[in-house]
Design a protein around this ligand. Sequence first.
Ligand code: FMN
Length: 176
Amino acid sequence: MNLPSPAQHQQGRRALPPRAQHFRGSLGRFATGVAIVTFDGVSKRHGITVNSFTSVSMEPPLVLVSIARTTKAHDELAGRPFTVNILGAEQQGLALHFAGKPGREPQWVEGDVAPRLAGVLAFFECTPWAAYDGGDHTLYLGEVVAFDYRNGDALAFANSRFTTIPESQLGVEDLL
Ligand SMILES: Cc1cc2nc3c(=O)[nH]c(=O)nc-3n(C[C@H](O)[C@H](O)[C@H](O)COP(=O)(O)O)c2cc1C
């Protein structure tokens, strides 16, 4: 078996086989928002940047995040309440902070069931609903018990790059 050398391992995605790189690149064409999942673990507070956030159900209100088995957050999230914090355009630093490039310690807010981050564009506090096998990820569904939002431009992620989406003037609320 060809294991990657430590140097290759450091290079992260560049060390992926060509087909996996191509797969990742293809998936990256789907533009998403950026969120941070926050929760209290056994002995410490966790935050993990994700773009795999999806709304699932209105009644009951359910949302989903997909967490890689290799992350520190993965095992500790099982069975625990969590908050999905949706980031605004000016919060790229927070996205990096919780993706392995720590900066200044963010400002935390004690939520009703889980900790959350101050100043985010929207948040969803969740109690655990279900967890499903998702290959090398686990799909964690949460039942939303508290939520809110503010107006503002959104932080987005596409083609492996951060970008921003201005708050639109064109409403299609009547189509949803
Ligand atoms: C924009 C962006 C989106 C990400 N989306 C996910 C995701 O949906 N699921 C995931 O498991 N990791 C995702 N990651 C990677 C994790 O944030 C990263 O591996 C993190 O350092 C894991 O933290 P932990 O090991 O301390 O739990 C994403 C990273 C970035 C920058």
